[in-house]
Design a protein around this ligand. Structure first.
Ligand code: DON
Length: 527
């Protein structure tokens, strides 16, 4: 948000706290160190002063496959998926989008020049920060891969060991790269010295990036998906995010059901059945709109949803295998979501990711840039699950210059009297978290209630209803099982950030997910 540089006076924002190795924004003081590694997807509505520039837009700075991408690089000799190349090292990294996206936002929507927005990041990279326990945990988790590469080792094991909370974690290489970016804008990252250093480092370690791949990266401004549900306007992420289509399809199916009249087990049953059908379509149809023709009119049509609703049995789970086939998790977590409303009514919902923990664990030489592992978000091997258990085919196959499908679902829900800015990390669960958060908001819940509510998730395959421990009473679980649902407990997931604006009282309330100690949901004056 620092990049759009709205004056955040009496504004509400909800974001993770500063995590220099992974986070990007929320205020200028915390736009930083690794932002160049992740794509961002942003929904942004400049200004509620309707007579001026009131419009919603979506900034897609998702990574792209390099020109020399080839499926064989992600297969073992026996034809099975190679999880190492798709998740670790330079082959796992897509051509980054964030720097282009941030520069675009600063240029088109910002009040502050990029140079000013980036300065606090440079200061933090130069002066350093005390690592949080979360960063220490990430380094421990990824140590084996980080130690494969000299620049990754130098960055994350200064003086030969991982930093502790008593140490100061500095990154001079990254500070240099940030300064070039601040001075020259996107060209400072995609052309010249920084680009050449990254390409040389990637190539030396077996990757395929070229300077032409970087120089040709383009941010895309897209039209967000808009729909109405129970009198609320939903504004959400279009492809190459899959979230808006999935959330839209689920809400269209649910629109014909009086959820309030149902007991908890049946409410969950209908929501799960809608998720199942929408995720099936996700697997079959969705991909980069610049490459794939998607039947958006059908997928978001209320009539199509009517048909899907009719196929739901009131007392029995539909087995995913009964639906027309498309083609099952151990995700790491390195995604961040910011929800912001400023004093002028500008709203930003922004999700950023390097994909799994510390991305590819590959630092591109002296640039200091830690590269993502977003290539795993492509359907690298048709019919085989990615790190989040998502399966795809042609629509999301890797092709030179194509963007990989994302689950990121930054969204707005706009009612007559209240509105919400909402989003979260969590891989494939992002879509169901956002959906459940929207439903809770429309049921009148407050920001803290929305972020705290227990979650469940179904994504067509694997055909299981995942629930957070202790989230459902035994009799509800028993009823769901009796209907044929395979209900399984899993560790809690997500890190949602929500801001709610009650226009009747002009009150903004912000909340961060209680599952994360690092949340920073608050309403405050920032000048
Ligand atoms: O774009 C996507 O869908 C994934 N790269 C998101 C990964 C994610 O949310 C991991 N962290 N929680």
């Amino acid at each position: 948000m620092e990049t759009s540089s709205c004056r955040l006076e009496r504004s509400g924002f909800s974001s993770p706290t500063f995590r220099p190795w992974r986070s990007t924004t929320a205020r200028s003081a915390i736009c930083i160190m690794c932002f160049m590694l992740r794509e961002i997807t942003i929904t942004l509505t400049p200004c509620s002063v309707a007579s001026q520039i009131s419009r919603n837009t979506f900034i897609d700075s998702r990574e792209m496959a390099p020109a020399a991408v080839k499926s064989a690089d992600y297969l073992n000799a026996d034809g099975t998926p190679n999880r190492d190349t798709s998740l670790n090292g330079p082959l796992a990294a897509g051509i980054p989008g964030s720097p282009a996206g941030l520069a675009y936002i600063a240029q088109h929507f910002g009040k502050l020049p990029l140079k000013k927005s980036v300065q606090p990041a440079i200061d933090l990279a130069e002066k350093g920060v005390h690592p949080t326990t979360s960063l220490m945990h990430s380094i421990e988790q990824r140590a084996d891969v980080l130690r494969r590469y000299a620049a990754s080792t130098a960055k994350f094991f200064p003086n030969g060991k991982a930093p502790t909370t008593n140490d100061i974690f500095r990154d001079e290489a990254q500070a240099r790269t940030l300064k070039t970016f601040a001075e020259k804008g996107a060209d400072g990252f995609y052309k010249g010295e920084v680009a050449e250093e990254m390409v040389a480092a990637v190539k030396a370690a077996g990757g395929t990036w070229t300077t032409a791949d970087l120089a040709s990266y383009q941010t895309r401004e897209r039209t967000p998906i808009e729909l109405t549900y129970n009198g609320y306007k939903i504004i959400t992420a279009p492809p190459v995010s899959s979230g808006g289509v999935v959330v839209g399809e689920v809400l269209n199916i649910l629109a014909g059901i009086d959820l309030k009249s149902l007991d908890q087990a049946h409410r969950i049953h209908y929501e799960v059945e809608a998720m199942r059908r929408a995720f099936r379509d996700h697997n079959e149809y969705l991909g980069d709109p610049d490459f794939v023709k998607m039947p958006m009119d059908m997928l978001l049509s209320p009539y199509y949803a009517d048909g899907l609703r009719q196929s739901i049995l009131p007392e029995q789970a539909t087995k995913s295998a009964w639906l027309p086939a498309v083609h099952a998790k151990e995700p790491g977590m390195h995604t961040t979501h910011f929800s912001i409303i400023d004093a002028d009514g500008n709203m930003v919902s922004m999700t950023c990711t390097v994909n799994t923990t510390l991305g590819s664990a590959f630092v591109a030489g002296k640039s200091g840039v830690l590269l993502n592992n977003e290539m795993d978000d492509f359907a690298l091997v048709a019919g085989q699950p990615n790190a989040f258990g998502l399966i795809g085919g042609d629509a999301n196959a890797p092709v030179a210059g194509k963007r990989m499908l994302s689950s990121m679902t930054p969204s707005f829900v706009i009612g007559k009297d209240r509105l919400a800015v909402i989003g979260t990390p969590g891989g494939s669960t992002i879509m169901t978290q956002v959906l459940e958060g929207m439903l809770a908001f429309m049921d009148g819940k407050s920001a803290p209630e929305i972020t705290a509510q227990k979650r469940f998730h179904h994504q067509y395959l694997p055909d299981t209803v995942e629930i957070e421990p202790g989230s459902l009473p035994a009799d509800v679980i028993a009823k769901l099982k009796a209907m044929g649902h395979d209900v399984r407990e899993r560790e809690p997931w997500g890190n949602m950030n929500v801001v709610v604006w009650d226009k009747t009282t002009n009150t903004k309330t912000a909340a961060s997910d209680p599952r994360s100690k690092a949340g920073l949901g608050k309403v405050q004056v920032i000048r």
